[in-house]
Design a binder for this molecule. Structure first.
Ligand SMILES: NC(=O)C1=CN([C@@H]2O[C@H](COP(=O)(O)OP(=O)(O)OC[C@H]3O[C@@H](n4cnc5c(N)ncnc54)[C@H](OP(=O)(O)O)[C@@H]3O)[C@@H](O)[C@H]2O)C=CC1
Ligand SMILES: O=C(CO)[C@H](O)[C@H](O)COP(=O)(O)O
Length: 479
């Protein structure tokens, strides 16, 4: 039997769709799954693509079915399962075979795995894949990290399966070792912020303006035809339109308000904090998911505290306010993306990757969950100035912030006065207001630090004195 050009382990949601995509693009692929019954089931469902698929029940058969040097995609649950799978696979591999972890790995695990294989003759690629089930099947966005030589060996097949944006494939080599998984992590961090901000706007429409799901769906569908055009806005309109098969009410009204999270959002925030980069909108989004998970505590707290005793939302012109909501969402989105890109710029320096910002924006324009028209504008901004300190000071985005931040301010103020939680929108606004203010208030913090801990400070006039005239440094207030 003709050998396959590539192998794939893990026939779950992502792996099975990726395998079908690979087969459909004319590549012969060997597949393996820990639970063999799934392999048979997958093969039976493959229809006309069966000719390009070699189903294997044992690791030995799987490895033998692939032509050396073998590229093998591992698309399984992230974390320890990947180490276990690699350990099972490794003894069967030969010089120059490549293991490609395509799951949502923590990039620190990817760096460890990359280093562990460095002198073994085997190669490791850490590859972020975005687009969910449909993207994996018809064209995901793919973020590759590893050696450039190993990328060259998989470039053709990955290019054949990636999404296309006006003829340009949404796949790229982004740097050594953990670069691809780091970029995927930040993609997801931005995804968390995007989703949370949409949820906050939904909350204002539902709880503030008392609109029903169908009315809110129409608002999002309208926005999807404008500057907010994006996959996440599109699917938000669709989920709001969908009816519950049991009972016929809008399905969103039947879904428990507890959000799951698998780790990428949290890792984005941890890494941002490690590098001292403010990613406040992403942090707020991660924290909001954690608060959402405290359903029982929230219900108990509502019984103790009640909802805020505030008047109903002060909105005199509903149409104008909905226009403000659209602009506020755009402004806040700019803040979240600016933060995500700033985290990647810092990581690029920290880990020596030379992450290509215009390329990252380019490969996110199609295929991935945060795909949008907006990313084309980010691509243009970073292409003009790849090393700009922050997206919001590029001419195009500075103009957009100036145009929309008033709406964000009005929306956040209205929501706060109406007792509606908008932590991610408020975080984006706070970020703009802090970042654009040349003279902030940290002089007080520096003085306090010097007062109690003799930490010293820099002076605005550059003079030499680095400590304040605090005397003993002992306060006289309460102990
Ligand atoms: N779903 C999504 O939208 C996206 C998911 N991802 C990432 O892709 C990866 C796969 O996700 P997804 O396809 O959704 O997951 P699924 O839950 O659908 O599938 C999980 C797969 O992992 C296998 N697996 C689990 N534990 C082990 C183990 N210890 N050893 C070997 N195989 C194991 C399962 O095999 P078995 O059948 O034997 O249980 C199954 O094939 C994850 O890292 C996920 O974060 C990335 C982008 C999008
Ligand atoms: O990577 C993805 C999308 O890009 C996956 O769907 C991931 O599971 C999303 O993260 P979480 O489950 O934490 O919401």
């Amino acid at each position: 039997m003709e050998q396959a050009e590539i192998g794939l382990i893990g026939l779950g949601v992502m792996g099975s769709n990726l395998a079908l995509n690979i087969a459909e693009k004319g590549n012969r692929i060997a597949v393996f799954n820990r639970t063999p019954a799934r392999t048979g089931e997958f093969y039976e469902e493959a229809g006309s693509l069966k000719d390009n698929i070699v189903p294997c029940e044992t690791i030995e058969d799987f490895v033998a079915a692939i032509r050396p040097p073998r590229p093998i995609i591992i698309m399984i649950k992230a974390g320890a399962p990947v180490d276990e799978q690699m350990a099972l696979l490794e003894p069967h591999l030969q010089q120059n075979d490549i293991m490609i972890d395509a799951g949502n790995a923590n990039f620190r695990d990817t760096m460890r795995r990359f280093d562990a294989l460095k002198d073994s003759g085997l190669t490791f690629i850490g590859m972020g894949v975005s687009g969910g089930e449909e993207g994996a099947r018809h064209g995901p966005s793919i973020m590759v990290g590893g050696t450039e030589a190993s990328w060259k060996r998989v470039e053709k097949v990955l290019t054949s399966i990636a999404a296309q944006y006006h003829g340009e494939p949404c796949v790229a080599w982004l740097g050594e070792n953990g670069a691809g998984h780091f970029v995927k992590t930040i993609h997801n961090g931005i995804e968390y912020a995007d989703m949370q901000m949409i949820a906050e706007i939904y909350g204002i429409l539902r709880d503030g303006l008392k609109m029903d799901a169908a009315e809110i769906a129409a608002v999002f569908a309208g926005w999807n035809r404008g500057r907010l055009n994006s996959y996440l806005i599109e699917i938000t309109a669709k989920v709001l339109e969908a009816a519950d098969p049991i009972g016929g009410r809008p399905i969103v009204d039947m879904i428990l308000d507890k959000a799951g999270q698998k780790g990428t959002g949290k890792w984005s925030v941890i890494e941002a904090q490690n590098m001292g980069v403010p990613a406040t909108a992403i942090e707020a989004a991660v924290a909001a998911r954690s608060i959402s998970a405290l359903k029982d505590e929230r219900e108990a707290a509502e019984k103790v505290l009640g909802l805020p005793a505030v008047p109903p939302l002060a909105v005199s012109d509903k149409a104008a306010f909905i226009k403000d909501l659209e602009n506020a969402l755009l402004a806040a989105k700019i803040g979240a993306y600016a933060q995500g890109f700033a985290v990647m710029a810092a990581a690029s320096r920290e880990f020596g990757w030379s992450l290509p910002m215009p390329t990252i924006a380019k490969i996110w324009r199609a295929g991935c969950i945060i795909r949008s028209q907006f990313l084309d504008e980010i691509t243009t901004a970073f292409t003009r100035d790849p090393h700009v300190a922050n997206l919001i000071v590029t001419p195009a985005f500075a103009a957009m912030v100036r145009e929309t931040d008033g709406a964000l301010r009005r929306v956040v103020s209205t929501a706060v006065l109406g007792g509606l939680p908008v932590p991610a929108l408020a975080a984006a606004l706070g970020y703009f207001d802090s970042y654009r203010r040349g003279r902030g208030t940290a002089n007080i913090i520096q003085a306090q630090r010097d007062f109690f801990g003799a930490h010293g400070f820099d002076r605005i006039d550059g003079a030499d004195s680095h400590h304040g005239p605090w005397g003993s440094g002992l306060g006289t207030g309460a102990a």
